[in-house]
Write a protein that binds this ligand. Structure first.
Ligand code: GDP
Length: 527
């Protein structure tokens, strides 16, 4: 085994989780700004616009001005290399958003101070919890009137079931917002809303007893702050690394992303304490990041919609070893070795060719449909990484075929698109239906478009009475058989022939689970 590469230890591979409009894009931009990857805020949105000119994105994406698939940004910060994986969140929310979270070592959670914990954040936290991913929290938009900070932390603890350790504490909010107090460094960072796209530094006052506080905040605000800090120190959790790394406790920062305020405190704690690339479980064994041989897994596949270049980009996270340009990689699922001459890496500015990539990095592999979601690549070892599941769809449609003679082509198309992770499909045991399942509504449009372009199949979708899906298993074969008979009208097979319960309502699912205690109902399925 070679020396542990110090560059691996410097990697921080993470995603931002939030409800739409909480400030994820704004914060991403500020992270790039602090990382020196961009000079001026405002460039991220510009970058989105340029990307559309480069042809390999969906027409639909251009029409709607959103990105259908998530991207990867790599940038340096304070001697570290940050890999930020985008989690599509608006109309482009999809199963990819969930699966991206299986490829990170930590996550930043952004919460809008006026709105608190919102629905999408709850779902994304559920996914993070599958691997106990460490979470750093940022409470955003303190420059606006929001909710009481203590109440916000209580809500995070109660709803998201994670202990909060405030690291900074806000001084006022809205028009009375004056800055934050750093509970660990014992210093006040004054808010200065002037930023003009660049990095702004407000005054720093060392020590809560510093008389300078009276001068700038006034006697009342300074006194209030001292009392509040004493209360917060007494009543809240202290930041500790171990429970943070176990995903049980989250350090919390307050600030205003749009004003570049509180972002630096957030980032410096993040790069210091967020974990470097972690060991990863595979079927045969646990793989350590400092192993000499390359391993990695595919968590996302992005189709090229340009009919002239129908290749697909498979996003692979490296778990061990070192990727070198042109090296041969083995896929234990297909038993094939392939040479990847043109993998792409992702720098903040543009997609570049990768000469080398390390554990924690993401590379993009060009292929023509030979790679599937969840595939492992090695240098020859028979090994399959686990923990890159399918997630139970939340939206369902019945597929209506325009030309019944195309039904074979339809099933072929749907099977391939489901292997790629674009959609899931289910065939009810008792009906000759095809039911599509997705996590985000745009997935249906993408599938209709791709069926038309790539498989010459025209179809439309109808509403169907399915609320959610659960994969079912049982230790006792007889019990499973009994369930199969009794519940047949709600059972289906998914694209890979796994038995799935399609529940018409939440109540139906709960009752069925109660009635069948020996059947396991799972909201995820391993590939
Ligand atoms: P995303 O949907 O989570 O990516 O959210 P965006 O970053 O696009 O932000 C949503 C809106 O909130 C935009 O209009 C931002 O300008 C605004 N916003 C973001 N951060 C702040 C902040 O700190 N204060 C205020 N007042 N607005 C903010």
């Amino acid at each position: 085994m070679t020396e542990v590469d110090p560059s691996t230890a410097e990697r921080r591979t993470f995603a931002i989780i939030s409800h739409p409009d909480a400030g994820k894009t704004t914060l991403t931009e500020k992270l790039l700004l602090y990382g020196g990857a961009i000079q001026n805020a405002g460039t991220v949105k510009g970058r989105k616009a340029d990307r559309h000119a480069t042809s390999d994105w969906l027409t639909m994406e251009q029409d709607r001005g959103i990105s259908v698939t998530s991207s990867v940004m790599q940038f340096p910060y304070a001697g570290r290399i940050l890999n930020l994986l985008d989690t599509p969140g608006h109309e482009d929310f999809s199963e990819d958003t969930y699966r991206v979270l299986t490829a990170v070592d930590s996550a930043l959670m952004v919460i809008d101070a006026a709105k608190g914990v919102e629905e999408r954040t709850i779902k994304l936290m559920d996914v993070c919890r599958l691997r106990d991913t460490p979470i750093v929290s940022f409470i955003n938009k303190l420059d606006r009137e929001g909710r009481d900070p203590t109440e916000l932390l209580d809500e995070v603890e109660e709803v998201l079931k994670i202990r909060c350790a405030p690291v900074t504490w806000p001084i006022g909010m809205g028009s009375a917002f004056r800055g934050v107090f750093h509970l660990v460094h014992d210093r006040v960072h004054l808010f200065s809303p002037r930023h003009e796209g660049g990095i702004a530094h407000g005054e720093i006052i060392e020590g809560l007893d510093n008389p300078r506080l009276e001068e700038v905040l006034g006697a009342d605000v300074a006194e209030n702050l001292r009392e509040e800090v004493e209360l917060v120190r007494g009543a809240s959790h202290e930041f500790e690394v171990e429970p943070f790394l176990r995903g049980e406790l989250t350090p919390v920062f307050f600030g205003s992303a749009v004003n570049n305020f509180g972002v630096e405190e957030l980032l410096s704690t993040f790069v210091d304490y967020a974990p470097a690339p972690q060991p990863r479980e595979a079927d045969a064994r646990v793989v350590q990041p400092d192993e000499e041989k390359l391993t990695g897994f595919v968590f996302k596949i992005q189709a090229n919609m340009d009919p002239q270049h129908r290749d697909r980009l498979a996003f692979m996270r490296i778990n061990s070893g070192r990727y070198r340009r042109g090296m041969k990689m083995y896929n234990p699922r297909t038993g094939k070795t392939s040479q990847n001459v043109s993998a792409a890496t992702f720098m903040a500015r543009e997609r570049e060719h990768a000469d080398e990539a390390l554990p924690g990095d993401i590379i993009g592999l060009h292929n023509h449909g030979t790679i599937q979601i969840g595939d492992t690549f090695t240098e020859g070892e028979e090994l399959r990484f686990t923990g890159i599941p399918n997630f139970a769809p939340e939206l369902f449609r019945r597929v209506m075929l325009a030309d019944p003679l195309r039904s074979k082509a339809l099933v072929k198309g749907l099977t391939e698109l489901s292997e790629e992770g674009a959609v899931q499909f289910f065939r009810p045991l008792e009906k000759n239906d095809l039911i599509l399942g997705a996590v985000g509504v745009l997935q249906f449009d993408v599938v209709a478009q791709r069926l038309k372009d790539e498989y010459k199949v025209e179809c439309r979708f109808e509403p169907v009475n399915v609320h959610t899906a659960r994969w079912v298993e049982a230790e006792d074969e007889n019990e499973l058989e009994r369930f199969r008979k009794k519940a047949a009208e709600n059972l289906a097979l998914d694209a890979a022939d796994y038995l799935t319960y399609l529940a018409p309502t939440r109540v139906n699912l709960e009752l069925t689970q109660e009635r069948w205690p020996d059947i396991h109902f799972s909201a995820t399925r391993e590939h």
